[in-house]
Design a binder for this molecule. Structure first.
Ligand SMILES: C[S@@+](CC[C@H](N)C(=O)[O-])C[C@H]1O[C@@H](n2cnc3c(N)ncnc32)[C@H](O)[C@@H]1O
Length: 341
C-alpha cells in the first residue's frame, strides 16, 4: 500500500514537472514573438517581464507556486538584454553602413579608371580581349571513369569555365562528346550550367566540329614540345581523371586519329617533384595565363599548385608579380584537381 502511494506521488510529481516545463517553454516562445513584433523599444523589457510573469510561470513559480517574486531566469534575462542591445545599436549600425558606402564611392571617384580596373574583376571581364584560340575538353573518355572521378572532372570543368570568364584573353571554350555520366552529373548537381555563356557544348566528337589540320592534342606523352600557342588552332585536352590508370591514352588517341600532338615545355622551366601529368583545369589555366603573359615560365608558376613542388630549373627565378593571384593552397587544389599527383 505504502509503495502504491509512493508510486502515485512520484508519477504525479513527474507529470507536474513535465506540465510546468512545457508551459514555461510556451510562455517563453510567446515572449520572444512579442520581442520580434515590437522590435524591442526601451520599455519593452519591462513590459515583457510583466507579460512573462502574467503567464504565471517562472523558475520561482515552479519551486513555490503562487510566489509574488516571479523573475526571468538568468538565461532569459541575458537573451532579453542582447535583444535590447541589438535594437539600441540599430541606428549606429545604419550610420556605419552609410559611412562605409560613402567611403567606397569616394575611393572609386579618386582612383579613376585605373583603380576601378584593379578593384573590379567584373570590369576586367568587360574589358577582356577574347582570343580566337579554341580550347577543347574532349569528354569522350566518360565510360573509363568511376563516378567519383566524373564528379572531379565536373568540378575541374566548372573551374575552367569560371577562369575563362574572368580571363583577360578568354579562349573559345568547347566541350565535345558531352554525354553519359558527366552530363548526368552536371544536370543533377548544377542545373545552372545550361545557362553558361561563351561556351560551345557539343554532343559530337571534336573531329566532327573542327578540321583535322587545325587540331593539336595536348598530351604529356607527346615527344613534341609546344613552343608557342597558335591562335588559329584548336587545342584539345583529354577530359579524364584517371590517376594514371590509362597512361598514354590521349597520345594513342591522337596517333590513331592522325592529328598533331604536343606537350607543354614544362621541363625547360620547372623542376617538379611529381609527374608532369597535369589536371584538366591546370592545363586550361596555363593556356589562359600564357595568352596573358606570353611567357611559359610565368604561366607555369602562376598556375601550378604548391604540392607539385614546382621550382625553377637552375638559373631561373620566377618573377614576383604583384598583380598575379597567389598560387592556390594544397587544400584548394585538392577540391578540384586530383590528377597529376
Ligand atoms: C589528367 S590528364 C589525363 C592523363 C591521361 N592518362 C592521358 O593519357 O592523357 C588530363 C589531360 O591534361 C592534358 N595534359 C596533362 N599534362 C599535360 C602536359 N604536361 N602537357 C600537355 N598536356 C597535358 C592532357 O590532354 C591530358 O589528357
Amino acid at each position: 500500500m505504502a509503495d502504491g502511494v509512493g508510486s502515485f506521488r512520484s508519477t504525479h510529481s513527474a507529470l507536474f514537472d513535465y506540465v510546468i516545463s512545457v508551459t514555461r517553454e510556451l510562455a517563453w516562445q510567446d515572449c520572444q514573438e512579442q520581442v520580434d513584433r515590437k522590435r524591442m523599444s526601451g520599455d519593452t523589457q519591462k513590459e515583457l517581464s510583466a507579460t512573462f510573469d502574467s503567464n504565471g510561470v517562472s523558475e520561482e513559480k515552479h519551486d513555490s507556486p503562487g510566489s509574488e517574486s516571479e523573475t526571468l531566469s538568468k538565461r532569459q534575462r541575458k537573451r532579453l538584454a542582447k535583444a535590447q542591445q541589438w535594437e539600441e545599436q540599430r541606428e549606429l549600425r545604419k550610420r556605419k553602413r552609410k559611412e562605409k558606402k560613402q567611403k567606397k564611392r569616394e575611393e572609386r571617384l579618386t582612383q579613376g579608371d585605373e583603380g576601378a580596373e584593379l578593384t573590379s574583376r567584373k570590369r576586367l571581364c568587360r574589358e577582356a580581349e577574347p582570343s580566337s584560340l579554341r580550347l577543347v575538353v574532349d569528354c569522350s573518355f566518360d565510360s573509363l571513369m568511376a563516378v567519383k572521378d566524373v564528379r572531379k572532372l565536373h568540378k575541374q570543368i566548372q573551374r575552367c569555365y569560371a577562369e575563362n570568364r574572368r580571363a583577360s584573353h578568354p579562349v573559345q571554350f568547347y566541350l565535345t562528346s558531352l554525354g553519359g555520366q558527366l552530363k548526368q552529373n552536371m544536370d543533377d548537381r548544377d542545373q545552372g550550367w545550361v545557362n553558361w555563356k561563351d561556351i560551345h557544348v557539343k554532343p559530337e566528337h571534336f573531329q566532327e566540329v573542327m578540321r583535322k589540320e587545325e587540331l593539336v592534342y595536348l598530351t604529356s606523352d607527346s615527344p613534341n614540345m609546344l613552343k608557342e600557342l597558335d591562335e588559329s588552332k584548336a587545342y584539345v585536352i583529354g577530359g579524364l581523371v584517371d590517376h594514371n590508370h590509362h597512361k598514354g591514352i590521349t597520345f594513342e588517341r591522337a596517333q590513331e586519329l592522325g592529328i598533331n600532338h604536343a606537350q607543354f615545355p614544362l621541363g625547360d622551366f620547372v623542376k617538379m617533384n611529381s609527374r608532369k601529368v597535369l589536371a584538366v583545369n591546370h592545363v586550361f589555366e596555363i593556356v589562359l595565363a600564357y595568352l596573358e603573359k606570353r611567357d611559359w615560365r610565368e604561366a607555369f608558376f602562376t598556375v601550378l599548385p604548391q604540392r607539385k613542388g614546382a621550382v625553377p630549373v637552375e638559373g631561373e627565378e620566377p618573377d614576383t608579380d604583384e598583380d598575379t593571384p597567389p598560387k592556390r593552397t594544397d587544400q584548394e587544389e585538392q577540391d578540384v584537381s586530383s590528377d597529376g599527383d
